[in-house]
Design a protein. Sequence first.
Length: 55
Amino acid sequence: MITNLEYLAFFVLLLTALLLAIKQMSVALDELDVERFTLWTGIASVIAGIPIILW
């Protein structure tokens, strides 16, 4: 059985990954790299959707 602490650790990991993906999106925009921005937008979308999928 998964404890509350494990849930918390999982969601903190997801939040960290999402924030890192958003940072990479910002870097791609600064460099005017549309392809990399699109890639990181897709990755951020998947990360943001994981809790909904697992619900």
